[in-house]
Design a protein around this ligand. Structure first.
Ligand code: FMN
Length: 418
């Protein structure tokens, strides 16, 4: 498969508009602006593209929920918060190929009838924000943004909004609150953003990688896109590989590539002679898998069938030196630190989990701690305002399911097993 999303990675000149246009950039926008908006939405539906931000919702279907009434203002927001630990794919697009994202966003905005769009980028991504600001300026100068885009009568303005570096800012409704100038906390759903989003207007929120697939779908066709990978989760996918491998990094591969291929064919295999013990397939919220699961196809449905998820596509590999109690403690500490405080089960439950894991890890655990962790998980899961609390529980439950003996050993002896 030739690369679609990361073809410019490592090319220091690729982010400039002249080079982007020379390589065929903005051709898809020209094609899209000649199409009726509904045909674009249909093409995106037919392509089978599912959101790359974590939930895997059909992108075309999401766009089709936006009311058609031209008198109602609509917005597009690009989620470039990229907060899930282990995830660094959106940066790979923004830093090296910002016009790919911008082109995808203009097409998406035209399809849903949005005159304004926002890129919500994590505050720490200074290079990415600067690249986007410069690229947007170039796009205005060349007539791809602003009034009368490419002489078609379509008007579009695009803004970069820098976030403040909290994980919750990536939750789509908290992101909208943040753009509006409020503290980033999730909103009650329904109403969903497609009906009442930014400034209470119909809004589509999509991930960077999702939107960056759009130019190729327009240019090469929905059929081409849907022919890549599994029928129900097609297209190219960026996998972020980190941990105990020889070549950590970004790998753009067909969706459905197996974990074994990703780790051993692309990421160079295990870092040392030590065998693989556990692998997180989709960011730290995704329950971990073990050696026996390495032939799992990396797509939304196959991973769900294994009780885990594709999430952001962040593959974290751990060898036999990793203690699962320590791993669970570190992951949980992240979630409790990032809990936004809006709802009690998450605000009070995640630090409670962290305290128990900390005492287990520090050799001060008590008999019954494992059961206490399980009881707390049951009281958090499904009872929080947004999925942040669920993520904390899913990660811990994955560790307990596969490595319960390590937790029990810690509780009994105060030490690591083996
Ligand atoms: C706590 C939390 C953090 C999230 N962080 C991100 C993020 O950093 N980037 C992202 O694209 N989606 C993130 N999401 C998912 C978004 O809420 C939303 O589903 C996504 O942006 C939709 O885009 P997509 O349909 O293109 O995947 C997060 C969700 C939750 C609950």
């Amino acid at each position: 498969m030739d690369k679609v999303l990361l073809k410019k990675l490592g090319d220091p000149e690729a982010h400039k508009i002249d080079n982007y246009v020379k390589a065929g950039g903005y051709k898809a926008l020209g094609m899209a602006l000649k199409m009726p908006p509904d045909n674009i939405i249909q093409a995106v539906k037919d392509s089978g593209l599912r959101g790359r931000g974590g939930a895997g919702f059909s992108t075309g279907l999401k766009w089709s929920f936006i009311p058609k009434d031209p008198t109602i203002k609509k917005f597009l927001c690009c989620n470039a918060d990229e907060g899930e630990p282990g995830t660094f794919k959106d940066r790979g697009i923004i830093d090296w190929d910002p016009h790919l994202l911008i082109e995808g966003m203009i097409i998406a905005s035209y399809a849903i009838g949005a005159a304004k769009s926002y890129i919500y980028i994590r505050g720490e991504f200074a290079l990415g924000a600067a690249r986007l600001d410069a690229a947007i300026k170039e796009a205005y100068a060349k007539g791809y943004l602003g009034p009368n885009v490419m002489g078609t009568g379509f008007n579009h303005d695009m803004f970069v909004h820098r976030g403040f570096g909290a994980y919750i800012c990536g939750e789509e409704t908290a992101l909208l609150e943040s753009i509006e100038g409020f503290r980033a906390q999730p909103r009650k759903k329904p109403p969903f953003p497609a009906l009442a989003g930014l400034y209470s207007k119909p809004t589509v929120i999509n991930n960077v990688e999702t939107l960056s697939c759009i130019p190729a779908i327009i240019e090469r066709g929905a059929k081409w896109f849907s022919s890549i990978g599994p029928e129900k989760s097609p297209g190219p996918k960026i996998f972020c590989v980190s941990g105990h491998v020889k070549k950590p990094g970004l790998y753009e591969l067909p969706m459905g590539t197996t974990l074994r291929e990703i780790i051993f064919n692309h990421a160079g295999g295990m870092l040392t002679e030590k065998p693989l013990k556990a692998v997180i397939p989709g960011g730290v919220s995704a329950p971990m898998l073990t050696e026996k699961d390495l032939d799992t196809s990396m797509d939304f449905d196959s991973l769900a069938a294994k009780g885990t998820m594709l999430g952001s596509g962040a593959v974290v590999v751990m060898d036999s030196s990793a203690c699962m109690v320590k791993t669970a403690y570190i992951i949980n500490r992240f979630f409790s630190h990032e809990s936004c405080g809006k709802c009690t089960p998450c605000r009070d439950g995640t630090p409670w989990l962290t305290n128990i894991l900390m005492r287990l890890e520090h050799g001060e655990g008590k008999q019954g701690d494992v059961e206490l962790l399980e009881g707390l998980c049951a009281n958090i899961f499904g009872r929080t305002f947004c999925p942040l609390g669920d993520g904390a529980v899913m990660a811990l439950r994955g560790a307990l399911k596969n490595f319960r003996n390590e937790f029990e050993y810690h509780a009994k002896t105060g030490r690591c097993l083996g």
